[in-house]
Design a protein around this ligand. Structure first.
Ligand code: TEU
Length: 546
């Protein structure tokens, strides 16, 4: 399987590069930046949805699966992109949003008009009593997960925004439509697919959640999930030898993921799981802040590495995406140690067993946006939760602080290309404000610096492409009880690679048998190996022995 030497770069197209002066990123803008991506060395670009959408959730509310939103460009632009990317050795991965459609999608409109066929594309239930939804499930974007439609005296399910109606995967016609959409994009030459919240498609029972939680136990990793994925695989991308697929798995388990991404399970090539990105959620609550619990982070990464490896299944490796705050602000230090901590985080994740994903701007160490006014936010989740948290009695200051740490817009601010106004992203006001850091943190300056975060990523990418131990090596945790250091070995035949990472801004000591090892890469120039090493703030060392 070819996935083991691949590196995927994620582009949030709305924020990457505007070429036609409307403050929105677009396909031609991406084309103009392909040489930059080639220089970085990545093999795939995953694009967040660029298809027709009312943009209530930035393209995750799909109104038409087969046409580009004209603000991004045309099918001709896409063909040019695909061929220009290919010339640079880069393939394309598209985002398939199949758990729900926009309520603007023709299927939903025809459902509302009363066409039985399309009504069955969605999930409708009677309320428990007049004005009372069918059950207590909560939308992931706040409030009930049900919306009442008077005409039918029924409620439709929306696990996300009220304009994102859940599709009824129990209906074989829906499953066929989804396979046809994948096949449409295959016919356009796309063989990489990322499936949005794909482990939520099989729902079971519509009871109240007795834990007074949000209902996720009834719709996560549901009973027909593996069957649906195998069917989709068989009827679409599985027919391509060179496919690369990844499923976004919400609140999942290792036990399920060894099936979703098992070598022979004929479902997907790999999975995103998010447990390691909840270690700074107080009591598992996204909107309650705490410092990251590094011991929990180590434990979770280790469990997933070992659990997947044991069953020959494959992880996607990542700290960042368009839904997560910036890792350098979250697990590093975006002030005194921005460069050191960004590099350490990169090494810590890239040397693991799996396929690394780099989110736009991560390779130059972009920090969080640090907006100070609610009007600067666009994300539907952020603006919804702002109201909820205020209602719950938090002060405005407190809520804005929470959003500075947690809002998805932290990841979505325009890509920082240079230090001119709007960071070289656009020459007009962008759809989302540029983060204030662009004067210090931008691609132009980064490329002039021989010691930059970008160069460090280039090295990590090169190592994955060239070294079997990085591609194939077995993972083994080291220093499991160390409170500051996350260290592990990758072993392949008689080759051994050790990755040692200090997750804190203070010196710490670590004892490891490093005789015979040489340093391949570090974020400090004068790093030395000894059986007892003193690691400086956020120091990372990749050591190798054959
Ligand atoms: O995200 C799924 C998801 O559940 C999240 O990461 C979500 O942002 C978070 O749980 C809210 O607290 C996917 C997409 O990546 C996201 O951008 C979409 O908004 C969402 O699905 C709906 O399609």
């Amino acid at each position: 399987m070819s996935k083991k030497d691949k590196i995927v770069y994620q582009i949030y197209p709305k924020s990457y590069q505007d070429s036609n002066h409307d403050g929105w990123g677009d396909i031609q803008g991406v084309i103009s930046r392909l040489d930059y991506l080639k220089e970085l060395g990545i093999n795939y670009i995953w694009f967040n949805p660029m298809i027709v959408s009312p943009q209530r959730d930035n393209g995750y509310d799909v109104a038409d699966y087969r046409n580009f939103d004209p603000r991004y460009g045309t099918m001709e632009d896409f063909e040019e992109l695909a061929s220009e990317a290919k010339k640079r050795g880069i393939d394309i991965m598209f985002d398939m949003v199949f758990n729900h459609t926009s309520t603007e999608h023709e299927w939903f409109k025809r459902a509302l008009a009363g066409e039985e066929k399309y009504k069955n594309y969605y999930i409708w239930k009677k309320g428990k009593a007049p004005g009372v939804p069918p059950n207590n499930w909560q939308s992931k974007f706040a409030g009930s997960a049900w919306e009442y439609v008077e005409k039918f005296d029924e409620w439709y399910l929306h696990l996300f925004d009220v304009t994102q109606a859940d599709l009824n995967w129990e209906n074989p016609e829906v499953r066929k439509e989804c396979a046809d959409i994948v096949n449409f994009w295959r016919s356009k030459g796309v063989h990489g697919f990322r499936f949005d919240v794909i482990n939520l498609i099989s729902k079971s029972g519509y009871d109240d959640d007795p834990n007074e939680y949000d209902g996720r136990q009834f719709y996560t990793d549901g009973p027909r999930e593996h069957e649906f994925l195998k069917e989709l695989n068989r009827n679409s991308f599985g027919q391509d030898e060179d496919h690369l697929t990844v499923g976004e798995m919400s609140s999942t388990t290792i036990a399920n993921c060894v099936g979703y991404a098992g070598e022979d399970s004929n479902e997907l090539d790999m999975v995103f799981s998010f447990h390691h990105l909840k270690v700074d959620y107080k009591n598992q609550m996204k909107w309650e802040l705490q410092d990251p619990d590094i011991m929990a982070l180590k434990r979770l990464l280790t469990q997933w590495q070992l659990g997947m490896q044991e069953k020959n299944a494959w992880n996607a490796l990542f700290w960042n995406c368009h839904d997560q705050p910036r890792s350098v602000s979250r697990f590093g230090n975006d002030k005194e140690y921005r460069k050191e901590s960004a590099k350490m985080l990169a090494a810590a994740i890239h040397m693991l067993r799996g396929t690394p994903y780099i989110y736009q701007g991560e390779e130059i160490g972009m920090p969080n946006a640090y907006f100070t006014d609610i009007h600067e936010y666009v994300d539907v989740e952020s603006t919804n939760i702002y109201d909820v948290l205020l209602k719950e009695g938090k002060s405005e200051e407190e809520v804005l602080h929470i959003l500075q740490e947690r809002s998805r817009d932290n990841a979505r601010t325009p890509m920082q290309w240079d230090d001119t106004e709007n960071a070289g992203f656009s020459d007009v006001t962008p759809w989302l404000r540029t983060a204030g850091s662009y004067k210090e943190v931008n691609v132009k300056d980064t490329l002039k610096d021989p010691d930059s975060i970008f160069r460090f990523y280039q090295e990590l990418i090169r190592m994955r492409k060239e070294m079997p131990v990085v591609q194939e090596g077995l993972f083994r945790p080291l220093l499991e009880d160390h409170e500051k250091v996350f260290a592990y070995e990758r072993k392949y035949g008689d080759e051994s690679l050790i990755c040692i990472n200090n997750f804190f801004g203070e010196e710490t000591e670590a004892e490891l048998p490093l005789e015979g090892y040489e340093i391949l890469l570090s974020n400090y120039k004068d790093a030395v190996l000894a059986d007892r090493i003193v690691l400086r703030p956020y120091e990372t060392i990749i050591a190798y022995k054959k």
